[in-house]
Design a protein around this ligand. Structure first.
Ligand code: ATP
Length: 569
């Protein structure tokens, strides 16, 4: 059965994974709070990434087909950095989306999202329905009586801003005139919507309608996505600062500090997990596009001659990470960017993308980008803001020949004391979003099946098939009944699990079937039940969330068995 986003959002709220930020005040668009289970899930996602990148990294062996041995380091840098960082990196001038505003309802839209929002819009669906009988091969066989009828009856309720609704005759007259001159006029839905949104074609040209109310949208304008703030008491230009829109710059500006303090040798990586902020114009799709989110980024510094091999290595390794943690390969793709999609400095970029349930069939949303960034970043922080010139990257200059934004002037070159070579390393950057990864793991885990309840009647069961390493609770302990020493025994097992560092819960209220269901719904992989045999034979049942298989094992072996299962999962 296909999963719907509504089911997943409702489970997240019902069971304490995610809440809208400041919900009691009506929420704030683009911000989310992780509830008691969500925070554990996200911590586990971060831990899985950090373990893979740093803690479990064996720098003395060549693993997973790496071109050769390498070192990995971690860092945690500040959210607010020197404003020059963002000028030199290009974010100050270029980190912008094209934005359109509705002149009628004043809502803002990202220009590249307008068409997909129109396809989902309630009023467009209602408008298209009035031609239902005459739509063939995606071309609308237009009928003006049907359109006028819709404009007078349904239109005012669903699209009060639409020109056709506000002024039907004038709006229709342009179409009639054009149809007369060009009987073969292409009247696919996009074109038709433009006619219906345009009251004064001779003055304004075609208009795009607002996905919310049908009003006309302004021309696209640039809108910088960085949140601004001020440092210190006085709000002057000099004190203007920005909340970081990515964590990556923290690694670039500390490149020399890490080399000098850690005696690391190129090739090596610096990884960081931290909050980033983007004033997204249209935050949407739950946590997928938020204004405050967390990134897991790593900058890998290598010799230019080896950079392509390292790019291939990280591209494949990052894709495999999501698969290892349970994302079925059918729902996950690794998409190489076409040449014209690449940033001006990038030699290659690939995105790991997931088929989120809010997307249409065959559509995927980005989880992570793996980019070959060349020497762009280190060079920029050394020399100043770079731009594309006739012979590749060059310093961007003002009319008087001075650099537009000056770099630090610090020498960012690396000196290899063995080869005696001095060079500016190239960088491979796998940049992942912790919130998008968490959402993808949740969506992938969501399952429903039919199982008999305590009375043997079939009931639908919702369960989260989370990888054990990601599950917020690893094991639940239940006494079958609340007497005959079972609660005491259950608590004893629960405490042993906890003191071994295993996330366990204990529950004694309600029928046993209900208690299992609650754990299934939050993705707990295993349940331990204390029953009559525990008291006589010293054994408990261990139930598996996915197979529902129940085995008996000695009480004395519970902690070791759960720890073993977690280790091998
Ligand atoms: P998009 O094209 O979806 O806006 P992007 O290409 O700008 O994303 P990057 O700058 O490459 O994203 O950031 C790296 C990762 O950070 C993304 O792959 C994503 O997982 C995460 N990310 C970026 N923007 C957001 C956001 N607004 N909300 C949640 N996660 C985000």
């Amino acid at each position: 059965m296909p999963k719907s986003m509504d089911q997943i959002v409702s489970l997240c709220k019902r069971r304490g994974f995610l809440f809208q930020s400041s919900e009691i005040y009506g929420g704030i668009n683009g911000f989310w709070d992780y509830g008691p289970l969500g925070v554990e899930l996200k911590r586990n996602v971060r831990a899985a990434w950090w373990n893979d990148m740093i803690t479990n990294h064996d720098e003395f062996s060549v693993l997973n087909g790496a071109p050769r041995e390498f070192q990995m380091t971690g860092i945690e840098t500040s959210i607010i950095m020197h404003p020059q960082v963002w000028k030199v990196s290009g974010h100050y001038d270029l980190f912008a989306d094209m934005m359109q505003t509705c002149r009628h309802c004043k809502k803002l839209f990202r220009a590249d999202h307008v068409w997909s929002m129109l396809s989902d819009s309630a009023w467009v669906k209602s408008f298209a329905e009035c031609f239902e009988k005459s739509v063939s091969d995606d071309r609308i066989i237009f009928s003006s009586p049907a359109a006028l009828n819709w404009a007078r009856r349904r239109g005012p309720k669903v699209a009060p801003g639409l020109a056709l609704v506000r002024n039907p005759e004038i709006t229709m007259s342009w179409l009639a005139e054009d149809l007369q001159n060009q009987p073969d006029l292409d009247l696919g839905l996009p074109k038709l919507l433009q006619y219906m949104a345009t009251e004064q074609k001779n003055i304004t040209g075609f208009q795009m309608p607002c996905p919310e109310c049908g009003g006309d949208l302004t021309e696209p304008r640039r809108f910088n996505l960085m949140f601004e703030t001020f440092t210190g008491a006085i709000q002057t230009e000099e004190n203007r600062a920005f909340l970081r829109p990515e964590t990556a710059q923290g690694m670039f500006v500390n490149f020399k500090n890490v080399v000098d303090s850690m005696s690391v040798r190129v090739p090596f990586g610096i990884a960081q997990i931290g909050k980033s902020f983007r004033n997204e114009i249209t935050p949407r799709n739950f946590t997928f596009r938020s204004r405050e989110f967390e990134q897991m980024e790593m900058e890998f510094f290598c010799h230019p001659s080896e950079s392509r091999q390292w790019y291939e290595y990280w591209r494949n390794r990052r894709f495999a990470w999501y698969q290892k943690l349970g994302i079925a390969s059918d729902n996950l793709i690794l998409r190489d960017h076409a040449q014209d999609e690449l940033s001006h400095y990038s030699v290659g970029t690939a995105d790991v993308e997931y088929a989120f349930p809010f997307l249409g069939p065959g559509e995927y949303g980005e989880l992570e980008g793996i980019a070959h960034r060349g020497d762009f970043d280190l060079r920029s922080h050394m020399e100043g803001k770079l731009c594309k010139g006739p012979n590749g990257l060059e310093l961007e200059k003002l009319a008087d020949g001075s650099p537009k934004y000056k770099g630090s002037g610090k020498d960012m070159n690396y000196f290899d004391d063995q080869s005696r070579e001095k060079f500016l390393p190239h960088v491979i950057e796998p940049a992942a979003g912790a919130d998008r990864a968490t959402l993808a793991f949740l969506c992938e885990a969501y399952h429903e099946d039919q199982q008999p309840d305590d009375k043997g009647e079939m009931q639908s069961r919702v369960y989260l098939k989370l990888h054990p390493k990601l599950a917020p609770v690893k094991v639940a302990v239940f006494p079958l009944i609340k007497k005959e020493g079972m609660p005491e025994k259950g608590l004893e097992i629960y405490r042993e699990l906890k003191s071994a560092g295993i996330a366990a819960v204990y529950a004694q209220q309600g029928a046993i079937g209900k208690r299992y269901r609650r754990q299934d719904e939050i993705g707990t992989p295993w349940c331990i039940t204390v029953d009559g045999d525990t008291m006589t034979a010293g054994t408990v049942t261990l139930r598996d969330r996915d197979s529902l298989e129940q085995i008996r094992l000695p009480v004395t072996g519970v902690v070791d068995e759960i720890a073993r299962r977690l280790r091998v999962s």
